[in-house]
Design a protein around this ligand. Structure first.
Ligand SMILES: Cc1cc2nc3c(=O)[nH]c(=O)nc-3n(C[C@H](O)[C@H](O)[C@H](O)COP(=O)(O)O)c2cc1C
Length: 168
């Protein structure tokens, strides 16, 4: 069975250079599209301490978390890994890689032997270093080709998503 696990942050963000207030995060929209196609539920990583709503504030906090290699906590999730061989893992590109809360998830769960299909939304850096960083943090998992989608294009990404899901 397949699980979709993702982190996404709504509120103020920079989209194509302009500040915008997102009611639903970009990565969440992609996760929901994947869920609809695969007919699977999504599991959202919700931070125990919510991230700031203002872009500048979250940008600075995310940088600090990355520099300090922090492991921000998320609220309890219901995921029985024995049932899942494949995990779609979604995140925004933050400072060139996945947000540190994703690192918390990767370390808290034994993903040995699992297939991981990463997808991310971004503002120009694509998957960044996140594939390399995934391989470092879960070296016993099979990390497959990722799907990067520009944040401003998520609503137009259906074909790209469907093509990517037709792996193997
Ligand atoms: C803290 C922070 C750091 C970001 N760093 C990058 C980056 O390094 N490269 C990039 O292309 N986009 C970067 N972005 C843009 C986000 O990846 C993009 O807006 C994404 O679609 C947000 O997804 P979300 O709405 O699911 O949180 C950053 C955004 C934030 C808030």
């Amino acid at each position: 069975m397949t699980a979709i696990v993702y982190f996404s942050r709504a509120f103020e963000n920079l989209i194509d250079g302009e500040k915008e207030n997102l009611h639903v995060g970009n990565t969440k929209i992609v996760a929901q599209k994947i869920a609809e196609i695969l007919d699977t539920e999504t599991i959202e990583l919700i931070p125990k301490t919510a991230y700031p709503k203002k872009y500048q504030a979250v940008f600075a906090q995310a940088e600090q978390e990355k520099i300090m290699n922090e492991r921000p906590k998320y609220k309890p999730i219901s995921l029985n890994l024995e049932k899942h061989q494949t995990i779609y893992l979604g995140y925004p590109n933050w400072w060139g890689t996945f947000p540190m809360i994703v690192a918390t998830f990767l370390e808290k769960n034994d993903l040995s032997g699992k297939n991981i299909y990463p997808f991310c939304t971004h503002e120009g850096s694509g998957m960044g270093n996140s594939i390399h960083d995934l391989q470092q943090l879960c070296s016993n998992a099979n990390i497959h080709i990722g799907l990067p989608i520009r944040g401003s294009r998520v609503e137009k990404a259906d074909i790209a998503i469907k093509n990517w899901l037709q792996h193997e």
